[in-house]
Design a protein around this ligand. Sequence first.
Ligand SMILES: C[S@@+](CC[C@H](N)C(=O)[O-])C[C@H]1O[C@@H](n2cnc3c(N)ncnc32)[C@H](O)[C@@H]1O
Length: 234
Amino acid sequence: MQPLDGARPSPNIWHNTAIYEIENAAVDPERRIEAAMAAVAPWADRDLLDLGCGSGFHLPRWSESARTVTGIEPHPSLAAIARRRVRRIAHVRVLDGTAQRLPVPDSSVDVVQARWAYFFGPGCEPGLAELDRVLRRGGTAFVIDNDPTRSTFGGWFRRGYPEVDSAEVERFWSVHGWSRTPVDMVWRFQNRADFEAVVRIEFPVEVAEQIVTEYVAAGHLEVDYAVNLWWRHF
Ligand SMILES: C[S@@+](CC[C@H](N)C(=O)[O-])C[C@H]1O[C@@H](n2cnc3c(N)ncnc32)[C@H](O)[C@@H]1O
């Protein structure tokens, strides 16, 4: 099945969905991202939208306290997995859609979170316009993305993706009125094979090989990983 027009290629989850599930389970076991979000805008009893929800890994967690949860996903196969995951949770739904054309009415959500999805800085202006349309007054949008300037993972990211200009990305968010909360979290794996598999879907071949040889093969099951939580009230 083809993704909807406007989808940004996400080869990690599109082509390696099972390994991406292992990655999600390894991300931020202490839930520091969630704590940082809750300190800015709690979502208990509010309507939350998970934009670019992938296979819906986070939807059950949001549903524990949100009034309603809507996952939006442009890849039909992933949307189908997400729907299956939440089929028994009445106040959660998954819709096919993109950040540029959200299939929800004006002023209908309180909190949006987009985690490693579409909002990577310059070029995501159409999605920002949609956030403006769908968020209620007083609502909050969160974007979670890598911080290439810090942490062991950040160093790997710079090696793998030298074209990402973190100063330009930071300028972009600041010009659009967003704030940054730096979060220090970790990837924590159960075993070396899982760690290696995830590294290989996240980095170009040569960089992945270096990381596996220098770090994973040395016996580490955890790596420090800095992210930026970008957020804005509407
Ligand atoms: C790296 S995955 C992250 C998935 C999910 N947020 C998670 O943390 O498990 C990026 C997701 O963004 C979706 N995506 C790509 N282009 C998009 C767009 N234009 N609007 C919304 N989502 C998009 C992809 O299909 C993919 O599911």
